[in-house]
Ligand binder design. Sequence first.
Ligand SMILES: *[C@@H]1O[C@H](CO)[C@@H](O)[C@H](O)[C@H]1NC(C)=O
Ligand SMILES: *[C@@H]1O[C@H](CO)[C@@H](O)[C@H](O)[C@H]1NC(C)=O
Ligand SMILES: *[C@@H]1O[C@H](CO)[C@@H](O)[C@H](O)[C@H]1NC(C)=O
Length: 494
Amino acid sequence: MMTPPAAAGPRQRRLRPAGPGDRLRPAGPGDRLCSRCALVVFLLAACASSGSGRVVTSLPGFDGPLPFHLETGYVEVDAQNGAALFYYFVQSESGASAPFLLWLTGGDRCSVFSGLAFEIGPVRFVVEPYDGTLPRLQYNQNSWAKVSHILFVDSPVGAGFSFSREPKGYDVGDISSTLQLYDFLIKWFNDHPQFLTNPFYIGGDSYAGKIVPFLAQIISEGRTLPNLKGYLAGNPGTGEIVDFSSRVPYAHGFGIISDQLYETIVTHCQGQDYIDPGNALCAQAMNTFNDLINEVEKAQVLLDKCVYASAVPNVDSKTDASDGRRILGEEVGTGKLNHPPARPPFGCITYGYYLSYFWANDKRTQEALGIKKGTVEEWVRCHDKDLPYTNDLGSAIKYHRNLTSRGYRALVYSGDHDLVVPHLGTQAWVRSLNFSIVDDWRAWHLGGQSAGFTISYSNNMTFATIKGAGHTAPEYEPERCFAMFRRWILNRPL
Ligand SMILES: *[C@@H]1O[C@H](CO)[C@@H](O)[C@H](O)[C@H]1NC(C)=O
Ligand SMILES: *[C@@H]1O[C@H](CO)[C@@H](O)[C@H](O)[C@H]1NC(C)=O
Ligand SMILES: *[C@@H]1O[C@H](CO)[C@@H](O)[C@H](O)[C@H]1NC(C)=O
């Protein structure tokens, strides 16, 4: 999922191109320590890495023992501030030697539980009207864990159940949080050496799609995790203007804006920043454009926009729907912690998010997951800019180019009904890497029907669309996405 593009895009682009910070050495855990702190750190470290997590055999709301192997735990990534990342590790149902996938969720600071329970993990919510009892979970038939191990990590610090003892520990950005993830992985594999030889992949949607290639680059430069094979990114942010400028041809092709407005934008916004235009004619056209696209659900243009009913009496209804930002952070209004989220109408795609709040904040759930008391006052599916975050990575394209030039495999996929990061922009930057085509544009199929379209390049990068899917594709088209993932991860053509 995606930090609001308006905030993420242009700001990042204005930063220095590929600066020195882009190739930071991995932060060693002890880097900034004084000797006086050493004992404390030692104790914390001993605590953080004690054993290798907690095996969870049942989950509140899930009927019976879990039919898959789940482990949860923390890994400390910032000893000075006492910050630790929380993880859910799901072992593959296809055996110990299955590929290993690290999965990240986008922002603003969305919990990776969202990826687990709404996208690719082995459970999903039973969507039924909330009546005050614990929401129920069921097995997900399209779980990607059927073919790979999945390590879901709440990152950056402050997402989901990841926490910092000191407030300063929450002040991270693209670069620092990615280095923390690297640190996390080194420690995690140190505790789980049996998985070091599995083919290792990194994946994520939306804003995580920008972090994924950067993390892969860092891993590829190190020696500790030798088995990186590739990565996948869905409707990924890149930090480039094309993520957002492609909304214009997309909205035009979809019949959301007129020919005339399209022509006006093309004429007057050429070379402009679409988010923060430099001339009045472009600005005016973009205002009209934004009004029009606000009429649709940007994360999946065919769905209803959901008007929120309030969960508690005497609270104004929210009228905004789950657009690119809201879909990520509708539960928390800034400064409104300890409030249940506004209740969407039953049947709305976001109703499951609503249920997740009550499930994750339930004492029984937190006990089962081994959540440390006093670390996270209130779990929220996504934050809403209430914690500091710096978009300091610039463009991710150079990492895509670098990695795929060196033989790492990449799958870049787009839900084709997403207006947040439309497939047109993604297709354009994939093409701009200038590799030759090895498998030309064609349909890929499931159940005798086209399930999307795909093209593959000589750098082992495959681009694929998923017919009918929205911004976080597996959430909207689980069966197609699972088929796509399965074929790709097992080295088969889509
Ligand atoms: C990719 O990055 C590595 C490490 O930073 C660098 O040594 C290498 O020259 C780059 N390769 C390409 C093809 O850009
Ligand atoms: C693409 O991947 C295959 C198998 O994963 C590998 O053998 C081949 O060398 C890769 N191609 C490039 C151009 O790196
Ligand atoms: C790709 O090729 C085109 C023309 O063939 C060229 O203009 C462009 O600069 C190239 N892009 C990159 C990133 O090399």
